[in-house]
Design a protein around this ligand. Structure first.
Ligand code: PMP
Length: 399
């Protein structure tokens, strides 16, 4: 009898399963709105010009590939700190931030979770209802009990802000609160700056530990505006918080696994102490991050010209998403469905469309349009070539 005989089949990721079904679908004009990827107007994952320039220079240099330090390439982590906290951050000047290059934003979340489990073994983790499915998975895997706080209001397709404040206000001091900096996944519903200020005050008052997940910086309003939550926590006087960020979307480097974990400590000495534990944790999982993706991001962020080019390309991605949101709302209204105007208020790649599971099933079965059962659609997978079809199909299934 095999020693693995007792291992049962584990259910696969539903989103990846949907993509497999999409690939196998032979109907012309099929559209996959189930993904979490930005596609350009021609339906491709862009290779940014700024990235390509660095890549070509790296190929020409043909450098040997030694190991990176456990916490990654310094040129990468330093540039990341400036992007996340702002170039004039007083926290950075005080040496209160320790940043590690991680294996994507997911790696940052997991290393951060493992760190917090060691530092705060009795804490619970609170995540928004709903949240990116992997949040619960990652924090559970690190050993945490995960609870929900109110977030999405299905009736308004917006934020249940009163519910959110009420739930956060009931958490035990020391609870870790996972917050989406911007472009909330899966709903597309974000807090205004005024609302963030209230959340920051409450979190501080109650002694909660903010863990900010920023996977879409630059995808809604711009690099600094999208980091408003991080900047407000930084200015709040809160002594400790954590930020995970990802370049998967903002650099269109999904498979390179580029992310970072930043720990803010009460002072320089504390940040260094915590970082020594972060390094121990990374060492025990994958030892050090890979070289290529980090070199690409660092090469762009540390060059004045390429940084400007990247910002321009990021702006193009952001504006294309806004244009698709506007186009969808306008065309749905023209089909007699003006109730979808909220799609234009939502931010980032995703929208909770309000479509039911049955309507999503009909979209797939009758129109070859794939979306997630919750009604989440990826607006960044729309383009001028598929928008009319998608809108006509949505208009058909809501009748
Ligand atoms: N956080 C959120 C909210 C995300 O949507 C994602 C990506 N889907 C991540 C983290 C992880 O990003 P990465 O692909 O860099 O691991």
């Amino acid at each position: 009898m095999s020693l693995f005989a007792s291992v049962e089949m584990t259910p696969g990721d539903p989103i990846l399963g949907l993509t497999e079904a999409f690939v196998a679908d032979t109907r012309p004009g099929k559209v996959n709105l189930g993904v979490g990827i930005y596609y350009d107007e021609s339906g491709r994952i862009p290779l940014l010009r700024a990235v390509r320039e660095v890549e070509e220079a790296l190929a020409r240099e043909a450098k040997p590939r030694g190991y990176l330090p456990i916490d990654g390439l310094p040129a990468y982590t330093q540039a990341t700190q400036k992007l996340v906290f702002g170039p004039d951050s007083s926290l950075l000047a005080a040496g209160r931030v320790a940043t590690s290059q991680t294996v994507g934003g997911s790696g940052a979340l997991r290393v951060g979770a493992d760190l917090l489990r060691k530092a705060l073994p009795k804490a619970k983790v609170a995540i928004s209802s709903p949240s990116w499915e992997n949040h619960r998975v990652v924090f559970n895997a690190a050993g945490f009990e995960v609870v929900d706080y109110a977030y999405y209001d299905a009736a308004t397709h917006g934020l249940d802000f009163a519910g959110m404040l009420a739930d956060l206000g009931k958490l035990e001091p020391g609870t870790i609160v996972l917050l989406h900096a911007c472009c909330h996944n899966p709903t597309g519903v974000d807090l205004s700056v005024e609302q963030w200020k209230q959340v920051v005050a409450l979190v501080k008052d109650r002694g909660l530990l903010p863990f900010i997940d920023m996977a879409y910086q630059g995808f809604d309003k711009g690099i600094d505006a999208d980091a408003a939550a991080v900047r407000l926590f930084a200015d709040s006087g809160i002594e400790s918080f954590v930020v995970a960020n990802s370049y998967s979307k903002s650099f269109s480097l999904y498979g390179e696994r580029v992310g970072a974990l930043s720990i803010v400590g009460a002072n320089r000495e504390e940040a260094q102490r915590v970082q020594s534990l972060v390094k121990r944790i990374i060492r025990s999982i994958y030892s050090s991050p890979s070289t290529h993706g980090g070199a690409l991001v660092a090469g762009v962020l540390n060059s004045v010209e390429l940084r400007a080019l990247w910002e321009q390309e990021l702006t193009e991605m952001r504006e294309r998403i806004h244009a698709m949101r506007a186009g969808m709302v306008e065309k749905l209204a023209a089909h007699g469905a003006p109730q979808f105007s909220f799609i234009q208020q939502q931010a980032g790649m995703f929208s909770y469309s309000g479509l039911s599971k049955a309507q999503v099933d009909r979209l797939r079965e009758e129109h070859a349009i794939y979306a997630i059962g919750t009604g989440r659609i990826c607006v960044a997978a729309l383009n001028r070539g598929n928008l009319d079809n998608v809108v006509a199909a949505v208009a058909a299934v809501i009748r």
